[in-house]
Design a protein around this ligand. Sequence first.
Ligand code: A1LUD
Ligand code: HCS
Ligand code: ZN
Length: 338
Amino acid sequence: MELGNVENSSTTLMTDFLKKCGGYAVVDGGLATELERHGADLNDPLWSAKCLISSPHLVRRVHLDYLDAGANIILSASYQATIQGFVAKGLSVEEAESLLRRSVEIACEAREIYYDKSTKGSWDYIESGNISRRPVLVAASIGSYGAYLADGSEYSGKYGDAVSLETLKDFHRRRLQVLLKSGADLIACETIPNRLEAKAYAELLEEEGINIPAWFSFNSKDGINVVSGDSILECASIADSCKQVVAVGINCTPPRFIHGLVLSIRKATSKPIVIYPNSGETYNAELKQWTKSSGVVDEDFVSYINKWREAGASLFGGCCRTTPNTIRAIGNVLSKNP
Ligand SMILES: C[S+](C)CC[C@H](N)C(=O)O
Ligand SMILES: N[C@@H](CCS)C(=O)O
Ligand SMILES: [Zn+2]
């Protein structure tokens, strides 16, 4: 397919979807931390991807909980699922690729179960005079190279001089190819910590030329730049120039930084903005545990949703340590102020 057509059909998917959702869409909340809350032990280099092997039923249940809470987009458990990471655990490349596909299948199964069981509440929008089901997209999550390193590097974005654009493209290429053909509606490149990785994703998507839209979501620890110190404007511009990218945003970032970042992203792109902050707690990568941040108050961020909406965001959810309750509350805010 020619790039012009890729751009048109990808953009249409997102604009049609947002229209069907009433202009604003609800993204799910933290997947890994919710698995943990249900008893999963994520102290492993694979982090949440470990559950694809040990407890796929729990992954499906958490997806379903987010759908019950009102999510319009659910993200697969592939954030830290990499071929390299699975092979390091002793799996074959074929088994690793099959687990990647399985992560998307599990999310699709949850959507099927949700549609089958909910006769009330899911038939809630009218299109051309017909009552239709609540729109739900399945996004295949792609975590950064730093996520694979399993040492919290996605919160620093410092990969060292030895890691070049080509290193990152080689690292991501095969996983992206598998996920592009997995049946997912969307690719979610998440927690992108630096400009180089955004460029790597953009080039790979353009080289593959497959007609699946993607979003690029960055993280920040100062509300001005992405975590590596690279400019959010430059990062958002890379996303803006990539034809397959249908939304640009911020995830796994404390709520207090979001407003300024939305205003900055808006200067670089007119594409829809996606926002899914974490709880504001701090991650200890060594212990793989969360601690309350001292000296900062990150009150319940749902109260900020309207402010972020006024600043230009149109897709809202939560990242680490948010729960289905957060997502239900976001849905309530959006539906009260359509
Ligand atoms: C977004 S962080 C909480 C993900 C976990 C990290 N890559 C680790 O493995 O420790
Ligand atoms: N989608 C991932 C992001 C981690 S930062 C998750 O929710 O576990
Ligand atoms: Zn997160």
